[in-house]
Write a protein that binds this ligand. Structure first.
Ligand code: SAM
Ligand code: ZN
Length: 347
């Protein structure tokens, strides 16, 4: 029996996992859900991620080691806020395990539900995680795209995600869902990209591009197009921030203004709402250096572009407050569910 999940069709908790038959069956309404590769599928196939179309691990250099680093990075900024153990932990948008492996080897769990919109990515994640055999009995892998009704209310101690909230179109709705599925004193922890940093990045890089175009370097056409497309993509997301209709077809849907997410967290009912800068304001170029290799630029062009960025960026980044001079935020919200907050929530 899968005690952590409920049937999305009838909300019954009577879900039987028939591992050998690769299905989950609801004993109440008899709906069957596929569970091939050890991944239970609740998300209908028309909901998908464009990331399925690339070799995600190669593109983003995901490995066990990078996963440990991703966990250590987030732990370093969150400190005690991210506990060493949870009874029930839910990860959203785990992908191929770029954060999961580090998370589950450093945090003790009674049980963990590891989710993503993509069953293909989760199958990779499952292999990576279950290489540690002791985790096999504690971890369930299930597709979830932030809208399926598969978690009982007040059943989870921590809902966590690494760079996934910005993929969820109605992230404010997901904050409300998270509040409902968390137990009292439960935590909501997500690391996500920040708007203001990326705004300054696009302005700096547009100037870099202009200089490179004017330099008219022969054989640089391919590099210029790639860099130009990347700037255009980022610029699009900045321009249409919050416009659900425009953003619905895009994989990356949001860059976050911390005040706006904090307000949405309060509106969802969270009592403790904190945003912690995630990144090194002294090394703004680190973020660029993590983006640019994905563009496959030639080494000479890459060196010239980063050199120009070093020259130009201060005029844009110096305008930011220190808390916004970082590429990402760690959002930490807590559900205390005291009487006053409940009264306000339902007023
Ligand atoms: C940038 S990747 C991060 C993956 C992983 N957390 C990591 O740190 O390596 C974003 C992930 O969100 C997933 N995703 C996209 N839309 C989603 C949705 N609506 N609900 C849940 N996950 C989603 C993608 O499949 C992808 O695995
Ligand atoms: Zn059912």
């Amino acid at each position: 029996m899968l005690t952590q999940l409920q049937c999305p069709s009838c909300s019954s908790l009577l879900l039987d996992y028939k591992e050998k038959a690769h299905v989950v069956i609801c004993r109440s309404c008899r709906t069957e859900f596929s569970a091939a590769d050890g991944v239970i599928c609740f998300v209908p196939s028309h909901r998908f991620t464009q990331l399925d179309n690339i070799d995600y691990d190669a593109h983003y250099s995901i490995s066990n080691e990078s996963s440990q680093q991703a966990f250590a990075g987030l732990k370093a900024v969150l400190g005690e806020r991210l506990k060493d153990d949870y009874e029930v932990l839910l990860e959203i948008g785990a992908g191929t395990g770029g954060f999961t492996k580090g998370l589950l080897t450093n945090v003790k769990v009674g049980s963990a539900i590891v989710t993503d919109i993509s069953s293909k990515m989760l199958a990779v994640c499952r292999k990576r995680v279950l290489a540690d055999e002791h985790l096999a009995d504690q971890v369930i892998f299930s597709t979830y795209s932030a809208v399926e009704d598969i978690f009982p209310a007040c059943s989870v101690d921590c809902v966590i995600g690494s760079f996934v909230l910005h993929h969820i179109l109605d992230y404010k709705g997901f904050l409300r869902t998270s509040y409902d599925l968390l137990r009292k004193d439960g935590s909501f922890i997500f690391a996500e990209p920040s708007y203001k940093f990326h705004y300054a990045l696009v302005q700096s890089m547009s100037e870099v591009l202009e200089t490179l175009v004017n330099e008219g370097e022969l054989n640089a056409e391919h590099d210029l197009i790639r860099l130009g497309n990347w700037i255009h993509e980022l610029h699009f997301n900045l321009k249409y921030v919050g416009d659900q209709e425009v953003l619905s077809d895009r994989e990356d849907k949001h860059l976050f203004l911390r005040e706006e997410v904090e307000q949405a967290a309060f509106d969802a009912g969270f009592d403790l709402v904190e945003t912690i800068p995630y990144g090194d304001p002294e090394h703004i170029d680190y973020c660029l250096l993590s983006y640019l290799p994905q563009l496959d630029l030639s080494p000479g062009f890459l060196k010239r572009a980063t050199g120009l960025f070093d020259l130009y960026h201060t005029r844009y980044f110096d305008l930011l407050e220190p808390a916004d001079s970082v590429p990402a935020y760690a959002f930490f919200f807590k559900k205390r569910a005291n009487l006053i907050s409940r009264v306000f929530k339902h007023a």
